[in-house]
Design a binder for this molecule. Structure first.
Ligand code: PLP
Length: 472
């Protein structure tokens, strides 16, 4: 026993000194990349962990004070430390607007704009013609006027903020009439009744869950009414014996009572999605044309841009919202104006279907995905270990982001399973790689849907899958 202790002490003594480790060229290189004080403190941590591991557990200790081993541990640790916490991932789930994965990936033009405006001064609030101060909304207002046919528009942090600001500006202490079929909850605790309460507006529910008529709205309007609110049930559908008034009819009613008709259209769809088999998504310009006085929507859902909430409609109301002191608390960052402007430009030039990734992914046909998946399978199959089975399988991709709950987009999946390793273990290995790869899991199969994988990511996907499926 006493002898074991002596040997243990001897091993501890052999742990190299920090100064000695700093002389190793590999560690010197880390100092060049970062700083001496950073590397020293990380070495101290690594040595402390080594000491603890050598003192605990069995004898002889499992661990060893070898300088080369310490250097490689330090390298792994520093690599991890330097990895940004927000990083790109490969989305192989087939969920196009995956909220946990950041919703819409941006177009090339939007990326270029981000990079151009991020490192330099910009005309964010500066009128270059007049040489005077301007309003940042002017950067996007004319595009939105063009695309939506509205008089004015402003942008805030997200659509939840847009709904809140509209209510807080136009209906404090007054009633807002909403159909019982539209009292929605969006993921992340955004609920119409609660938002309404916080805004100081009073909810006046009308109709029933499945049917609400124009006369229900009409009967609820009184001296305390401030607005009629229509909400798109983005993430659910009520089927069967249902009814709700048309937007035109609601607009007529609102006009007769000189009330604003507000529509939260949710996904910010600017184009007709029928060609992708998607029906019932309100198109922003159609809502304006049908007579909505104000509409609001997200910019990072079907619109395919950065996170923002757009409020558009009649100038009279938009000016009131702009004058609300709270708007400052939801103000957008200059980068977002850049990315949003570039995204809107793709719609204006008629190139949205080619340039906006969300639209491109939505419009990929089953045949196109089948071709890509077959090619991918041909490339990966010969390199897979014997115990791994890979085949093509029909499946569905979904829109996600709380949009189009009924829509399944026909796709072709690459299904992988291993006789040696449970699927959930492989799924975890994929998730912890660099870049992380996120797949679908179904029973003992990993499902890869190439619809949401950028062609430029296929190589990383292939090598990541091979690594995770390997026997080591
Ligand atoms: C998504 C959504 C919201 C919330 O929008 P965010 O941009 O996520 O804040 C509000 N209303 C509807 C109808 C939605 O679909």
């Amino acid at each position: 026993m006493a002898q074991d202790q002596d040997v243990r002490q001897e091993l501890l003594r052999r742990i190299p000194a920090v100064d000695q480790l700093l002389l190793r060229p590999g560690i010197e290189a880390w100092i060049q990349r970062t700083s001496r004080s950073f590397v020293v403190s990380e070495i101290q941590e690594v040595l402390q962990l080594l000491r603890t591991s050598m003192l605990s557990g069995a004898f002889p200790p499992d661990d060893h004070p070898d300088p080369a081993l310490i250097e490689s541990r330090l390298g792994a640790r520093l690599q991890e430390r330097l990895r940004p916490s927000l990083q790109p991932v490969v989305n192989a789930t087939g969920v196009i607007l995956h909220t946990n994965l950041g919703r819409a990936p941006l177009s090339v033009a939007a990326q270029q704009s981000l990079s151009a405006v991020s490192a330099q001064y910009t005309n964010l609030e500066y009128d270059l013609q007049a040489g005077t101060r301007s309003h940042r909304d002017q950067l996007i207002e004319s595009a939105l006027r063009d695309l939506l046919g509205c008089e004015a528009a402003t942008a805030v942090n997200n659509n939840a903020a847009a709904v809140f600001l509209i209510l807080e500006t136009l209906a404090p202490g007054k009633e807002v009439v909403v159909s019982r079929g539209e009292l929605i909850e969006i993921g992340g605790s955004f609920r119409i009744p609660e938002i309404m309460l916080r805004s100081g507006a009073r909810l006046r529910e009308v109709g029933t869950t499945n049917k609400t008529h124009l006369r229900d709205f009409e009967a609820a309007i009184g001296p305390d009414t401030a607005m009629i609110l229509r909400v798109h049930p983005s993430n659910y559908r009520v089927h069967g014996f249902t009814a709700r008034p048309s937007l035109q009819d609601l607009a007529g009613l609102a006009q007769r009572h000189q009330l604003p008709l507000v529509e939260d259209i949710g996904s910010g769809c600017l184009v007709d999605l029928h060609r992708c088999g998607i029906q019932g998504e309100p198109v922003a310009a159609e809502s304006i044309a049908a007579g909505a006085d104000i509409i609001c929507f997200s910019a990072d859902k079907l619109l395919g841009g950065p996170q923002a909430g757009i409020i558009a409609g009649r100038r009279r109301w938009i000016d009131m919202i702009r004058a609300n002191p709270l708007i400052r608390t939801y103000r957008l960052e200059k980068l977002i104006y850049g990315a949003l402007g570039a995204t809107l430009a793709s719609y204006r030039t008629g190139r949205a279907w080619q340039e906006i990734p969300v639209l491109r992914m939505l419009s990929l046909s089953r045949a196109e995905i089948r071709r890509r998946s077959a090619r991918f399978l041909r490339r990966i199959a010969p390199e897979l270990p014997r115990e791994v089975h890979a085949l093509l399988r029909d499946g569905t991709s979904v829109v996600g982001g709380g949009s189009c709950p009924d829509v399944g987009l026909a796709t072709v999946l690459v299904a992988l399973s291993s006789e040696r390793r449970p699927a959930h273990e492989i799924e975890q290995r994929l998730r912890l790689q660099d870049p992380p790869i996120i797949v679908r899991l179904e029973e003992d199969n990993l499902l890869v849907d190439l619809r949401t994988v950028f062609p430029a990511q296929e190589k990383a996907l292939l090598s990541g899958l091979l690594l995770a499926l390997s026997t080591q």
